[in-house]
Design a protein. Structure first.
Length: 70
């Protein structure tokens, strides 16, 4: 069985892969504890970064543009 690397799981999270790739990845995650662990680590990192951005009030370029319009 071929395991997915972290960068491939990031593509799944970001929805940047093809629909076939995302389907294969999701089906594989249902049965593979190793890849599930990798996915949990990625989700934890994403949640940490989200909390960090909110705490530091870092704004994306899109948010800055919207503020200028108002």
């Amino acid at each position: 069985m071929r395991h997915f690397e972290s960068f491939e799981l990031e593509h799944l999270l970001n929805r940047t892969g093809s629909w076939l790739f995302r389907l294969r990845c999701r089906r594989h995650l249902k049965n593979c504890p190793l890849c599930m662990t990798r996915m949990e680590k990625l989700l934890d990192e994403q949640n940490f970064l989200t909390r960090l951005r909110k705490g530091l009030r870092i704004e994306s370029a899109d948010e800055k543009r919207q503020e200028k319009r108002v």
